[in-house]
Design a binder for this molecule. Structure first.
Ligand SMILES: [Zn+2]
Length: 460
């Protein structure tokens, strides 16, 4: 099938161009003014933006966590993502401590193959590092197309590796062209604060926030940067929330390091005052927690200064019944909130329209840099001849309101109920196929493909 998109305002990370896009099969063939092609289907994009399909590089679908599972699976999660203009996601495979990476990969393949509607890839979370795992890591990079490895500096006894293992993993990745990524918070300090608050009977969601103060993230981010400096390994900090952590990265740049940084839309939009209501605050219990207004300002500045490279969601939804597991104890509330569907519209409405970022920067943050950092560029993350035709046609003027009644994520509340957004995803193409049109999803479970990734392109 061929598609011609005409008279759109085409936006990539590097330019804005008024014209047409011609697609044949799964790929973009040509971009230009008044293209001379006959297509099976013509989409008139006058007054619309045309930009690359979003890449959400931080999601958790069917994640086993705290004795339950996140409520979106690969079908509902990637479908909701498509409704919001996100055509690819990167999920996290979690190694079980004491077990192999390959067994974990098998488990995640069972969750995804034949079930995903949108495209996907995996980061591999290494929770137990030793000589055998080191060999598997090399295998993953060379044979499986999985080139990024997540580590946790928190959750001791379940997910955390110690600093010695971290440095050893970095050495292996440096040698073989992998990327290390990190959940950078000081786990020991947080565990002790949680225990202290519980023993004092301080059990409301507010104490989730107070158990993870900014310094726990700033300290771990600095320690991670120091280990990167020592090993020379390329590194990426996931879900950065605060000024202190950003300053640690800023300091690393003074000794000529480049550390990649992700934040998530919620840390740019919401703040910790939401925890001051009783159990309602559980909607936003996530780790790290929401921070202060001054941290939002720091993150927007970090984006403008090129210190923050990508915006994900850390999408990890739980039904209200699941959240209620922690009704009488904040430490039992499953961590995470639903956002996979809204990131592209939020970043446009809150970022572009409020003057924080340009349209080119918008594409950089929502797709292009994700593809570059994680080895999918230029197949994904741009509109260019030869790229996958993952394209969003976006009405920049249409206003709408976020609500659980109208979202497509499999979760019975919205963390943004009543939020007014300007700009709406209208049509979404995934590899040249119509995914979303007229508020309907046209693709079925199994359409989504695993995207094997190259080694990171470190220079951009
Ligand atoms: Zn996460």
């Amino acid at each position: 099938m061929s598609i011609l998109i005409t008279h759109g305002k085409i936006v990539t990370a590097s330019e804005i161009f008024e014209g047409d896009v011609y697609i044949e099969g799964e790929q973009v063939v040509a971009i230009g003014k008044n293209l001379p092609y006959q297509a099976d289907w013509v989409i008139n994009a006058t007054d619309k933006l045309v930009f690359p399909g979003g890449i959400d590089l931080h999601v958790h679908l069917s994640l086993p966590f705290m004795g339950t599972f996140s409520s979106d699976d690969y079908t509902t999660g990637t479908r909701a993502a498509l409704f919001g203009g996100t055509t690819s996601v990167i999920d996290f495979i979690i190694q079980t401590q004491g077990d192999t990476l390959h067994n974990a990969l098998k488990t995640w393949q069972e969750k995804s193959i034949g079930k995903a509607i949108g495209d996907y890839s995996y980061h591999m979370a290494v929770t137990d590092f030793n000589a055998e795992v080191a060999k598997e890591v090399v295998d993953f990079i060379e044979k499986e197309g999985i080139t990024s490895f997540k580590t946790f500096m928190a959750y001791k006894g379940a997910l955390m590796i110690d600093d010695g293992q971290m440095v050893q993993l970095m050495q292996v990745l440096k040698e073989h062209g992998g990327m290390i990524t990190v959940h950078a918070t000081n786990g020991d300090m947080i565990d002790s604060l949680i225990a202290q608050h519980r023993s004092e009977g301080k059990l409301s969601p507010l104490y989730h926030y107070l158990s993870q103060p900014e310094v726990t993230e700033a300290e771990a981010s600095a320690r991670f940067c120091d280990m990167l400096y020592y090993t020379g390994c390329p590194g990426y900090i996931v879900h950065m929330t605060c000024e202190g952590a950003l300053n640690a990265v800023r300091k690393a740049t003074q000794r000529n390091q480049k550390v990649y940084v992700e934040t998530c839309s919620q840390y740019l939009m919401l703040d910790a005052s939401l925890y001051e209501q009783n159990f309602e605050g559980a909607k936003w219990v996530m780790s790290p927690p929401l921070r202060q207004k001054k941290d939002q300002a720091a993150l927007w500045a970090g984006i403008q200064q090129g210190l923050v490279h990508a915006v994900g969601t850390d999408h990890c939804p739980f039904m209200w019944e699941q959240k209620k597991m922690g009704l009488n104890d904040f430490s039992k509330i499953p961590n995470g909130h639903p956002a996979i569907e809204h990131r592209m519209e939020f970043m446009f409405s809150e970022g572009v329209l409020k003057g924080h970022i340009s349209l080119e920067k918008y594409v950089e943050l929502t797709s292009a840099n994700a593809a570059k950092i994680f080895g999918m560029y230029p197949r994904k993350g741009t509109i260019a001849p030869g790229s996958d035709a993952d394209i969003v046609i976006f009405d920049p003027h249409k206003k709408h309101t976020i609500s659980a009644a109208s979202h497509h994520m499999n979760v019975d509340y919205s963390a943004y109920e009543g939020w007014e957004v300007t700009g709406k995803v209208e049509t979404v193409l995934l590899r040249g196929n119509v995914a979303i049109e007229n508020n309907d999803c046209h693709l079925e479970a199994g359409f989504g493909k695993f995207i094997p990734r190259n080694k990171a392109t470190m220079h951009f």
